[in-house]
Design a protein around this ligand. Structure first.
Ligand code: ATP
Ligand code: MG
Length: 422
């Protein structure tokens, strides 16, 4: 092996060392500092800098530099102009820009820069995916240097490795910020879930408190009627006995209703409420529902439009109509009528229930579909405030629409639209 071969080998080893050092970090500042210092010492130049191309207006910003001695002009944080600069034009074409002696340069911009940095320059483009990112610049202060082909070759390898490191660092930063965003989102989701959990648990306690309170009233009725029947069986007239049995029956019905509503709502909240659209005879369904009411004689049923089979879930629509009719009868005087209209249009089937009752105060209208919500004007009429919450859930499952219009002491109209898509 002759001396030249030995020198090439050691240069290769040093290049590899620089490349390993550059690759050892993913932090751009660290990579740049390693690169400028190692290249400066290795090639024995006075000034090495890395510049980032910002824009044609702003130019090339020096982001890292190595100075062989303190007397040299610093350029970190300053811009080199891009406009009219033949050197940077070459870099943008991904070509090397070299000046062995600044005394021999002919471009105006280059001459101006050479006033601050006289000597010799070797500037290489740093490019990511064939787009210039910036430059690696080697300067020899105040004297010419005739850059050797081996030097240019080595520095080109280092510049290429530097560009790869820049690309990797950018990718790493991008991944890091994406990971941070994902973490933030996950944290927000967890917070939301916790908040929802808290709300649900509050709602549950509220639910249990109200339902048990509501069940206690009919239970007390059952208890007292049973006591009377048990202890005064021989003394009670038949009529009195019958009245107590009726009371017990009504109370049992009430408890059954509360338990049913509670189950229905919890199923609906858990998303397990069965929902199946079927073409049915809506007029027949309405008539069957009316039949079940004790004061059915107060309900005036009518239809509009062409009666045709409509697509809906008959069980859920029964819940809707039962609750709306029950409310209409409950919140109005027994000597008034309740209008129940079924309207068939080409796009939808509309159920309208209109009473002449106590009405709903304006300030309560936006809350009546919430579980347990009851307006102040209900007086002594019994109820848990679950009916309309169930109605709303059933209408939503149909992707339908419910509207309410109410005037205090004049009456209330609920209207449910179930759209008919083919
Ligand atoms: P239940 O759970 O037994 O149905 P509720 O009737 O009180 O109890 P909802 O049916 O959910 O509960 O109705 C909520 C509230 O809306 C009622 O308490 C009442 O204040 C008001 N409301 C509903 N329908 C009418 C109506 N037709 N006229 C007047 N107020 C009504
Ligand atoms: Mg009700």
């Amino acid at each position: 092996m002759d001396v030249v071969e030995l020198q090439v080998l050691s240069e290769k080893q040093i290049t590899n060392q620089i490349i390993r050092a550059i690759r050892s970090s993913l932090d751009l500042e660290t990579i740049f500092n390693i690169a400028v210092n190692e290249v400066g010492k290795f090639l024995q130049v006075d000034h090495v800098k890395i510049s980032e191309f910002i824009s044609e207006e702003k130019g090339w910003l020096t982001v890292a530099e190595y100075l062989s001695h303190p007397g040299l002009a610093k350029s970190i944080g300053t811009y080199i102009p891009d406009k009219g600069n033949e050197g940077t034009a070459k870099l943008k074409r991904l070509e090397i820009f070299r000046i062995d002696d600044t005394n021999n340069c002919d471009s105006e911009v280059t001459r101006q820069i050479a006033q601050t940095f006289p000597g010799a320059w070797l500037i290489l483009p740093l490019h990511v995916n064939s787009v210039v990112w910036g430059s690696l610049c080697l300067l020899v202060d105040g004297r010419p240097r005739y850059w050797q082909p081996e030097e240019v070759e080595l520095i080109t390898i280092i510049a290429d490795q530097l560009a790869i490191a820049i690309q990797q660092s950018k990718l790493f930063q991008q991944t890091l910020s994406q990971a941070q965003q994902i973490q933030q989102l996950a944290e927000q989701e967890v917070c939301k879930a916790l908040q929802r959990e808290r709300e649900l648990s509050e709602a549950k306690s509220n639910f249990i408190a109200t339902t048990s309170h509501e069940i206690r009233t009919p239970l007390a009725t059952i208890q007292s009627s049973l006591d009377l029947l048990q202890y005064y069986n021989d003394k009670l007239a038949d009529e009195k006995k019958k009245s107590h049995f009726r009371k017990i029956e009504t109370a049992v019905q009430r408890i059954k209703q509360i338990v049913q509503d509670t189950l229905l709502l919890s199923e609906s909240e858990a998303g397990t409420l069965q929902f199946e659209l079927k073409r049915i005879d809506a007029v027949k369904l309405c008539k069957e529902i009316i039949e079940v009411f004790i004061d059915r004689h107060r309900i005036e049923f009518s239809t509009n439009g062409d009666i045709t089979p409509v697509k809906l879930d008959s069980k859920l629509v029964s819940y809707i109509l039962n609750n709306l009719l029950e409310n209409a009868l409950k919140y109005s005087s027994p000597n008034t009528t309740v209008k129940f209209n079924l309207n068939f249009t080409p796009e939808a089937v509309i159920f309208m229930i209109q009473d002449q009752g106590i009405g709903i105060p304006k300030e309560d209208l936006s809350n009546i579909f919430d579980s347990f919500y009851r307006a102040d004007n209900v007086g002594l009429s019994s109820g848990t405030g679950l009916g309309l919450a169930i109605v709303k859930q059933c209408v939503d499952l149909h992707r339908g629409k419910i509207t309410v219009h109410s005037v205090i002491n004049q009456g209330t109209t609920f209207s449910v639209t179930i759209f008919q898509t083919n």
